[in-house]
Write a protein that binds this ligand. Sequence first.
Ligand SMILES: [Zn+2]
Length: 859
Amino acid sequence: MKKFHIVFALIMICFNSFAQELSYYLPNDVSYNAAIPVPEQVIGHHVGEWHITHDRLVNYMKAIAASSPDRVKLEVMGTTYETRPQLLLIFSSKKNLDNLEQIRQQHLQLGDPAASASLNTDNMPAVIWIGHSIHGNEASGANASLLSAYYLAAAQGKKIDELLDNTVILFDPSFNPDGLQRFSTWVNQHKSKNLVTDPNSREFNEVWPGGRFNHYWFDLNRDWLPGVHAESQNRLKKFQAWRPNILTDHHEQGSNASFFFQPGVPARVNPLTPEKNQQLTARIAEFHARFLDKIGSLYFTKENYDDFYYGKGSTYPDVQGCIGILFEQASSRGHAQQTSNGILRFPFTIRNQFTTTLSTLEATIALRKELLNYQRDFFKMTLQEGTASVNKAWVIGEAADKARTMHFIEMLLRHKIDVYELNSHISADNYSFEKGGAYIIPANQPQYRLLRGIFDKTLTYKDSLFYDITAWTMPLAFGLPYAELNAAKYSPSIKGNKVDSVSMPVGTIKGSKTNYAYVFEWNEFYAPRMLYDLIDNGILAKVAGSPFEATTEPGKKKFNYGSIVIPVALQKTDADKLFSLLKASAEKNGVDVYPLTTGMSVSGVDLGSASFTNISKPSVAMLVGPGVTPTDAGEVWHLLDQRFNIPVSQLEINIFNRADLNKYNTLVIVSGSYSELNKEKLKAWVQNGGTLICMEDAVQWAAQNGITNISFKKIPAAIDSSLALPYASKNDREGSQQNYGGIFRAGIDLTHPLFYGYQQPYIDLFKAGKTFPEKSKNPYANPAIYANAPLQSGYISKENYAAIKNSAAVVVSTVGSGRVISIADNPNFRAFWLGGTKLMMNALFFGRIIDAGSGRGEE
Ligand SMILES: [Zn+2]
């Protein structure tokens, strides 16, 4: 060991005077196994000297696993979009590792009240998940993982033996590999030999969109519940396979802050999280305090951060008998930065993260039995609550949209929630649920609390300040009919087979090849993907602007607004090729296709009617880059690319200003600031026939810059300016007037092209921020309007609520021969708002055919 230290000292002198020896970080009363490589032997630099890149991190973790097979088992959970491996190192004693599967099975029984009573927790190891840097540019966590892994593999003595005997440590060095790689590349490429600490320097000011996000610019620390992304799905599989007792989530905060650890703000704990969870969090916090006191680091608790939204890594575990712990270290961002507390050096930030991993491990040992018993009690109590609840089961599903229903069930199964097929048709809450098109989720199951976290509407709050969104009621987000079934409405006989997995529905051609026309409906989630696929293959398709009833092989069938008709004679492709193309596309997209042999309808318009309009291929561009909200742009990119196979050009504003726009017929502008955008050029493009889709505050930008005439509702003043108010109440008063985001219901016009394919006369949208458009004076230009009581779930101040009432959710404006579709809210929110997807797709495909010029005056 000594030999190593001399080598390090020499390397240090050669490199950089602020690079730290391992002794700076590691406990000094422990000896280390010299056979285990120290980080610099593998990564080529000291910890904290350069930012670890993800590939080097992987190399080190592999080296640790290879050199220490008696203490660690390395697994690859899966890969990210950019094909980086997501590693999980499992540290424990040799004896435990030899019996790992048995330990896992036994541990899982804590979540099964039928089996847990007979478990003896005296000798069971606690399971702890240590996780780092889900925000890639909060890198001290991932860099500290080098030290933690080294410590766990190399430390010698009674203490580490006791730890490994009594725990199974699931060690995730990087929650967000793609973001970490992006960020480390940025800071390393700007590092100077003589560290520059000026916050203005490029090292500290990442280029858009920054390393916080994953490949598609999503915040993965909002995705634990929705589980939309590959990274989350891979991780959730392991989380549910183990159900740890503690999960740690190492982040960074602003550079002028100190260090935060949970518990957070007591009034902002989700009411579904038990008191005992917060008590245990506070007991664990005593260990963090003691360890940080020892190294002289400042910290705070019970402020700023909360435990409310179950989509976050430190909150998701709290509703499953586990203790989630958030750590927030002040960020040096680069290698050393001037702050109000002096120069904040990267190694210092890494040391705090590593130190709180040590304190967490010590707490786990001290509270092992209590944590295990708590988890057992949690699931026992939760099952009892579910069994005793008035609601006996939820029923959910839309028979007309099997894919969207499938995605919802897929999400539930990801969290090991028990789901059953619906065995017979039932009606509840004015909805009709069909066998084969809906599912039953019983309340009497151990995940009852998480289920409530998914299904409940929330309308009362202890606090009016929030760290994140105030509501996420999932069935509303997915736009699916659902109902609670009480004892009078529920009987076990409606519960069919248990559902173990779901898969994409497979569409078929309902009949034989025809020489006349094919029709498919627009209600299925992936119907737009099918339409794009066909148009992209040169197929001419028309959309029905009126309903009709046709004779099909299975019988007479009604086709609604938005149905797609493909006349065989108008195609350049021959009938055989068309048939096989349709068959393949129907199968892939879960959409049934109906061959027709005559243009004469049973009722409604005939197929040659002018009510059918040709659909041109959307050629889509979206503004991106500095000023644009990356997550909102990422949602559009992910939606079009991942879900619908539609290419979208990402235009930086300076490129937009000089590009030829004629190749695009659709332009998307999400929330952001667009002061550098050439608005005359944009307006001319719309006037020439372009379709501009604006969302959230971009709707206001377009109005302020003369592209639309939309006016906006005024928000009543919340504070009487004649009053003298306590200075200390300023934050709370102003914070309560923010709109953090809730769920609001707008009435919709099902005959309007923007709402083709919707089954209910309403849409539930996620509304955050303060864009409250007045209705257009053109009576045909407001296809979605918030009425008098639109709040479904969430917190809203009474002043902001007054402005939402009777405002427009969607306004269509004619500008020359083009149009602007203004959507006041974000229909693509976090990629789980599948209820808004069809609106977005309709804007893309049918925006160009909307006749918005009727009515009085141009809007
Ligand atoms: Zn963070």
